[in-house]
Design a protein. Structure first.
Length: 304
């Protein structure tokens, strides 16, 4: 009985529209992310070969790639991303986009600082490869719902990433992390290092350092947000509360240390927890109100 209930929880019947919106949301974010970081991702062609320390899927490389290969894989990732977002040739474009994005980001990470913030995005893209693509010309009733495990797996991966981060804090510092001293020292170190290097730093973090009493509640909140992440799997309401806490946690890191986690800050990282298709009617009504002549059209529509 328990195994059957667990199987039903993991393989829920989901509307095709939700899967499409999840694909558009995550894929659209990934595509915009690649475009906006294009200069940064391709700047490695001018780095010295001695700085190359391959990680992830590019670990097997013995030497840096020629510039043409770097630009080529980046361009291919963008083209595959467009096809992914629009659902064109999904069975091919989905794995192609996921793998190329993994390659492009891993190659960039092989030149110094590793951006762990990209890991969750890559995992979500890889999981979306297994989602039903949907047939554009199929009868509407054929597209109503699918027993699909992908959104649930995406939520589980998201939750796991936070639990692992919380466990790492306990491993290195123990429960004393919640007392606030470790966080205060981390903010101080980060600010001093960035000031010495002439890098962007947060003025708020150093300003708050003398107020020692603030850091215990901030530390406890961050640790609780990470370790209690599995509560988000209990239902939409629990997920909403936890996602707000997670977003506030990242907003706090940005405000205090000028370190951005763009994927969760955008909110896209949490889409798999929610019935996205239910928001469409409200979004359509909002669009009718804000577009030119929208009120007139909306009023005409509402009166039949």
């Amino acid at each position: 009985m328990i195994s059957r209930a667990l199987l039903g929880w993991y393989f829920p019947e989901l509307p095709q529209r939700r899967l499409e919106l999840l694909r558009i949301g995550v894929g659209g974010y990934a595509l915009v992310y690649l475009v906006t970081r294009g200069l940064h991702l391709n700047a490695v062609v001018g780095y010295p070969a001695s700085s190359f320390a391959p990680v992830g899927v590019v670990r097997w490389l013995d030497a840096p790639l020629a510039a043409g290969w770097v630009y080529g894989t980046y361009a291919a990732a963008l083209l595959a991303g467009v096809a992914f977002v629009f659902g064109i040739g999904y069975r091919l474009s989905a794995p192609l986009f996921a793998l190329l994005t993994t390659w492009v980001l891993s190659y960039r990470h092989s030149w110094g600082m590793i951006f762990h913030t990209d890991n969750l995005l890559v995992l979500h893209l890889l999981l979306l490869c297994f989602a039903p693509a949907g047939r554009r010309r199929a009868a509407p009733e054929a597209l109503e719902s699918h027993p699909c495990w992908v959104p649930r797996a995406m939520a589980l991966v998201t939750v796991a990433s936070y639990v692992v981060a919380g466990a790492a804090k306990l491993h290195h510092t123990g429960w004393s992390w919640a007392a606030g001293d470790a966080l205060r020292e981390q903010i101080a170190y980060d600010a001093i290092r960035k000031i010495e290097l002439g890098s962007t730093h947060s003025p708020l973090g150093p300003w708050l350092l003398p107020h020692e009493w603030l850091f215990a509640p901030l530390s406890a909140f961050s640790l609780a947000t990470e370790l209690l992440a599995p509560l988000a799997l209990l239902g939409t309401r629990c997920a909403a509360v936890w996602c707000v806490c997670a977003w506030l946690f990242h907003a706090g890191v940005l405000a205090l240390m000028a370190i951005a986690f763009p994927y969760p800050l955008s909110g896209v990282a949490f889409l798999a927890f929610f019935p996205l298709e239910r928001a469409l009617p409200g979004l359509r009504r909002a669009w009718l109100r804000v577009r030119p002549g929208g009120l007139a059209r909306g009023g005409a529509t509402s009166t039949g």
